[in-house]
Design a protein around this ligand. Sequence first.
Ligand code: ZN
Ligand code: ZN
Length: 203
Amino acid sequence: MDFDAAPAEQPCAVCDKPARTRVHTGCRERIDANLRELPALYRQLPDALHPGRRGGDGRNGSRTAPLPCNVDALDLLGRGGIEGVVGGWARDLCEREQWDVPQFGTIVATVDWACGILGLNLALICDEHPAVREMADELRAITGQARRLVTGEKPPRRIGVVCSCGRTLRVTLDTAGVRCPACSAQYGHSEALRLPLAERRAA
Ligand SMILES: [Zn+2]
Ligand SMILES: [Zn+2]
């Protein structure tokens, strides 16, 4: 193998680590895995809406005492939730490529179409799309959120990182990004995780 003939390393457009392609194969595969998981998660989310439903008396027809509803699951299921993220990126792709954007009657059909077209064109997106990092960050965050609601797994631990202005920012390992409330600096996923860790104060 002649590595001297390989293209020079450049920072990966998603994670910033040196890469010989615009986006690492591993980074592309993680985007692809999220796109393949989201349609199934979307169909499982309704079960997360009423986590206590199983304990109820199914024969009671009364509608006066609605069960508590998981609003996070409701947000992800509605327009602007999973549909907003994948549909937004799919419409953006269609506009860039001058393809027609189909209209769908249901949100789940939009989710299926969007995940499908983004997955099919992922090589193109990784080679050319100027915002591939934002897309990867948003897909990682929303897939993690949906997966936690479906499985009941605990949210990822928050860690403190220090903004260049000195303010401590709380982020999770799957953060899509964070904006500093003090100086308005905006950090993407990998930038936020590269900030220095906040020192734990002695108790
Ligand atoms: Zn990468
Ligand atoms: Zn700041």
